[in-house]
Design a protein around this ligand. Structure first.
Ligand code: F6P
Length: 497
C-alpha cells in the first residue's frame, strides 16, 4: 500500500534561523555521534515533528522488517531474486553468509601473505582493472588512506579509453607488476578489453608466465578460469554482494594489499559498528535514517532535484564520485518494487566536489542561484598534512563558514549583492580519517540509500537502467544494426562504416 506523505507535505515550512530561535535544544536534537563521526542536521529544515512524521512513514513502509530482511539474508532484491549481503562481508548478517565471507577473506589474506613473501616474484606495482563498483570503491580507499604507505604503488584503471591504461604503462615496470582483474560478472566489455591489453603489455615486455601474475576478483570464477587464470589466484565473492556495495568483499583486494591486512580489517570493523548502530538504534537517533529523512524532505517536499556533498579534505576527493554511483545507480528508479510507476521523484542527482576549490567555482549557484541544493560538508578534525596549522584551520573554517552563510544569507539594498539565506546544509565531521572511520562513513551512506529506497517503495539493488546502452554499443560493434540517422552519421564519420 502507498505510504501517506500528506503529513510530511503539510508540515510548516519554517525558516532555518527561526527554527534555531524557537528551539534552544535544536542543535542537541539534530546532531549525534557514532563511530568517531559527528553528524549535524541542525542547518536542515528537519524538526522533531518532521522526524516523527518520517518515522510514521517508515513504519507504514515496513522499514524495520525490511532492515531485518536485509541483515537476515532474505531476498530483498526482488527483481533479481537475490539477497543483498554486503553487511555479511563485515560480519553482520546471516551466519552462513558471514562464514562464507570469512572464508573468502581468509583466502584473500593468504594470497596477500604470499605476494608479500614474493611468491609471485618481486611485485612493486599493482594494476587493478575494473569499472563502476569494481573500481570506485577500491579507488576511494587507496586514495584516501594510502598516501602515507610505501607498500605498493596501486593504480586503478576503469575507462576503456586506452589513454587511461597507457598512463599507467608509462610509470609501471611490467616485470614488477601484478595485474588484478576485478569484475563481478567477468564479462564487462571495458574490463575484459583493458585486461587483455594489460596482459599483452606484460607479454610484449618479456614477462615470463604473465598469467602467473594475474589475480581475478569475481563472483563468476568459471569465467575467470576460462580466461586463463589459475584457480589459486581467483578470489571469489558471493553473488549476493552487489557491485556498488562490493568494496568489503575481495573487490577490496587492492586496498587490503596496498594498505595492509590490518587496515582492511579495521575498515570492516568500522562498517560493522555503523551496521549495528543502524540496526539497533531508534530512528530518532539513527544516523542513516535521519540523513535519509532530510534527503526525502528536500526531494519530496521542497522539490530539490540535486544534492551536493563537498569533501573538505583532499584525501576524500573521490568520495563525491563514489557517492554518485552508490546513490544514483541504487535509487535512480521509476517504478516501485511491484512494478508500478513511483509517482514521485526518486534519487536526487548527486554531484559535488572538494572544498575549498569548489567555493571558487560552483558555490556562486549554491548561494544565489535559483535551484535549491541541499549541501553536505564532510570534514576531518585531525589534519592529513604536517604543514603549518594554518592550512587545516583555513580548510575547516571555510567549511563551517559556508554552511553558516548559506543559512544566514545577507540582505542589502543591491539585489545583485543580496543572499536569500535559508539554504540547507548538513555537516559530517570525522574525528580522524583512518580505515575504521572511513568504513563507518561508507556504511552510513549505504544504509541511507537503503532507507531512501524503502520509504520510496523502490528496489535499490538492481540496475537494469544501464543495460540498454550496453546492448546498443555491442550491437553497433557487431554491425548489421540499423540506428537512427543521427547515430548512423556519427558512426560513418568516426569509422567510415
Ligand atoms: O554497468 C553497471 C555495472 O553493472 C555496475 O553495477 C557494476 O558495478 C559495474 O557495471 C561493473 O560490473 P562488473 O563488476 O560485473 O564488471
Amino acid at each position: 500500500m502507498a505510504a501517506d506523505w500528506s503529513t510530511i507535505e503539510s508540515l510548516p515550512q519554517t525558516p532555518l534561523l527561526d527554527l534555531f530561535a524557537n528551539d534552544p535544544n535544536r542543535l542537541a536534537s539534530l546532531s549525534l555521534d557514532v563511530a568517531g563521526i559527528h553528524f549535524d542536521w541542525s542547518k536542515t529544515h528537519l524538526t522533531p515533528e518532521a522526524i516523527a512524521a518520517f518515522a510514521e512513514l517508515a513504519k507504514a513502509q515496513g522499514l524495520a522488517a525490511k532492515r531485518d530482511a536485509l541483515f537476515g539474508g532474505e531476498v530483498v532484491n526482488v527483481t533479481e531474486g537475490r539477497a543483498v549481503e554486503h553487511t555479511a562481508e563485515r560480519g553482520e548478517g546471516n551466519p552462513e553468509s558471514v562464514a562464507t565471507a570469512r572464508q573468502s577473506h581468509a583466502r584473500m589474506r593468504a594470497l596477500i601473505d604470499a605476494i608479500e613473501a614474493e611468491a609471485l616474484g618481486p611485485i612493486r606495482h599493482v594494476l587493478h582493472i575494473g569499472i563502476g563498483g569494481s573500481a570506485l570503491g577500491p579507488d576511494l580507499l587507496v586514495d584516501a588512506l594510502g598516501r602515507d604507505t610505501d607498500r605498493y604503488d596501486v593504480a586503478i584503471v576503469s575507462n576503456v579509453d586506452g589513454v587511461a591504461l597507457e598512463e599507467v604503462f608509462k610509470r609501471f615496470d611490467p616485470a614488477a607488476t601484478l595485474l588484478v582483474i576485478a569484475s563481478k560478472t567477468f564479462t564487462t566489455t571495458e574490463t575484459m578489453l583493458n585486461a587483455t591489453s594489460a596482459l599483452q603489455w606484460m607479454t610484449e615486455h618479456g614477462v615470463e608466465d604473465p598469467y602467473g601474475r594475474v589475480i581475478a576478483l569475481t563472483a563468476n570464477p568459471a569465467k575467470a578460469v576460462e580466461w586463463g587464470i589459475d584457480e589459486t589466484r581467483i578470489l571469489s565473492f558471493a553473488e549476493s554482494v552487489g557491485g556498488r556495495y562490493s568494496l568489503w568483499s575481495t573487490i577490496g583486494f587492492p586496498a587490503a594489499l596496498g594498505l595492509g591486512w590490518d587496515a582492511f580489517e579495521e575498515l570492516l570493523e568500522g562498517a560493522a559498528e555503523m551496521d549495528r548502530h543502524f540496526r539497533l538504534t531508534d530512528l530518532s537517533q539513527n544516523a542513516p535514517a535521519l540523513a535519509a529523512f532530510a534527503d526525502l524532505y528536500y526531494t519530496q517536499v521542497r522539490h530539490a532535484e540535486t544534492r551536493a556533498p563537498f569533501a573538505y579534505d583532499e584525501r576524500l576527493r573521490l568520495l563525491p564520485s563514489y557517492l554518485q554511483q552508490l546513490e544514483m545507480e541504487s535509487n535512480g528508479k521509476g517504478v516501485t518494487v511491484d512494478g508500478q510507476p513511483v509517482g514521485r521523484p526518486t534519487a536526487a542527482i548527486t554531484w559535488g566536489g572538494v572544498g575549498t576549490d569548489a567555493q571558487h567555482a560552483v558555490f556562486q549557484l549554491l548561494h544565489q542561484g535559483t535551484h535549491l541544493v541541499p549541501v553536505e560538508f564532510i570534514a576531518v578534525i585531525e589534519p592529513g598534512d604536517v604543514l603549518s596549522d594554518d592550512h587545516h584551520r583555513q580548510l575547516l573554517l571555510n567549511a563551517f563558514a559556508q554552511g553558516a552563510a548559506l543559512m544566514k544569507g545577507k540582505k542589502t539594498d543591491d539585489p545583485a549583492r543580496s543572499y536569500s539565506g535559508d539554504r540547507p546544509s548538513s555537516t559530517i565531521l570525522l574525528d580522524t580519517l583512518d580505515p575504521r572511520t572511513l568504513g563507518a562513513l561508507i556504511a552510513f551512506y549505504e544504509h541511507r540509500v537503503f532507507v531512501n529506497g524503502v520509504l520510496l517503495g523502490i528496489n535499490s539493488f538492481d540496475q537494469f537502467g544501464v543495460e540498454l546502452g550496453k546492448e546498443m554499443a555491442k550491437a553497433a560493434d557487431q554491425g548489421g544494426q540499423d540506428f537512427d540517422p543521427s547515430t548512423e552519421d556519427l558512426i560513418q564519420r568516426a569509422f567510415g562504416e
